[in-house]
Design a protein around this ligand. Structure first.
Ligand SMILES: C[S@@+](CC[C@H](N)C(=O)[O-])C[C@H]1O[C@@H](n2cnc3c(N)ncnc32)[C@H](O)[C@@H]1O
Length: 308
């Protein structure tokens, strides 16, 4: 029987993020990560770092900020040495954005997403080079918008959707900081599923879609989002939103118990009528310390992505 649908990779791909000017994973171990975000060094919990740190204790003790978790989830509080700024400018390629010490242990962006940003940038550039004028792309659960800025800078018309007013406000500030506020980016504060349902009813299409849903979330009207219950329907609706000449659809997820293989199975079902390729795997941060022993890497999230 002739095979139909996209070709799904047999083996996972590691999407590795190495440090860049404004970010480095300096060291890891004993359940923690030591990172640099621009001028600040930061210690955060990371239970999967089961190994021993390689840098001297003094490097860890000198950190500007340490996140102390108060429970198993993301909550906790920062302990600062000195008085760091509330926000400070960082950059990745054409995107500029603010680092901030949030109450949820992260710094208002996710550095391991740099591997996705580079891939998305390449996809948009290729679409533009192949004659698509301003490919239309959708960034669902877009948070502070770095992916939106990268795609806008590469020539896309971007729709950025997030449930949080504050996240969208920070994303707009980032666009200002990056000098990209005049680019065609629509900033939408809405429940991702409601937005997509409406777009399907309207017959809208997109040339590329990325979604990075949390395990659990709420829309602005209290709509409940549960990854394992709700992703299949949302992914199917996103499949319907892809234009005939669409270039990509990327699913990313951080939840424990998800995997790249699981996301690729869903994507293959949703896109069974298309040709193209599905790759899947893990996004990992590559540590800077201990080049002598070989760099270690910390797996952060899972992805599956379709491209034409
Ligand atoms: C894991 S973060 C996304 C990270 C983002 N892709 C990035 O790389 O910066 C999850 C985001 O989903 C948003 N969110 C949660 N529930 C939502 C919902 N029902 N609809 C839309 N956005 C939601 C949160 O406000 C948060 O900004």
């Amino acid at each position: 029987m002739a095979k139909t649908g996209p070709n799904v990779a047999d083996a996972p791909t590691a999407m590795r993020t190495l440090g860049w000017g404004d970010y480095a994973l300096l060291d890891s171990g004993a359940g923690r990560k030591l990172e640099r975000y621009g001028p600040y060094t930061v210690v955060r919990p990371e239970p999967q770092c089961l190994w021993t740190p390689r840098l001297p204790v003094s490097a860890w003790e000198g950190a500007d900020a340490v996140f102390e978790p108060t429970d198993e989830d993301e909550a906790g509080r920062w302990r600062f040495k000195g008085r760091p700024k509330e926000s400070w400018p960082l950059a990745w390629g054409p995107a500029k954005f603010h680092g901030r010490f949030t109450n949820f242990r992260h710094l208002a962006f996710f550095p391991e997403q740099a591997a996705n940003w580079a891939w998305l940038e390449g996809q948009v550039r290729r679409a533009v080079a192949s004659g698509q004028v301003q490919p239309r792309v959708l960034n669902l659960f877009g948070y502070t918008g770095v992916a939106s800025l990268v795609m806008a800078a590469a020539g896309a018309a971007v729709t950025h959707v997030d449930a949080s007013k504050k996240a969208v406000a920070w994303a707009r500030e980032n666009a200002e900081l990056a000098g990209l506020a005049d680019r065609p980016i629509r900033w939408i504060t809405e429940d991702a599923r409601k937005y997509v349902q409406r777009e399907v009813r309207r017959g809208s299409t997109y040339d590329g879609i990325i979604l990075d849903p949390p395990k659990y979330g709420r829309g602005p009207g209290g709509e409940v989002w549960r990854l394992f219950d709700d992703l299949p329907e949302l992914a199917a609706l996103c499949g319907q939103l892809l234009s005939q000449n669409a270039a990509f659809l990327v699913l990313n997820a951080y939840a424990e118990r998800i995997s790249g293989a699981a996301l690729s199975g869903l994507l293959a079902e949703v896109l069974k009528d298309r040709a193209g390729t599905i790759e899947w795997g893990e996004l990992a941060l590559v540590e800077e310390a201990g080049a002598k022993e070989g760099p270690r890497q910390v797996g952060m999230s899972f992805f599956a992505r379709w491209s034409r």
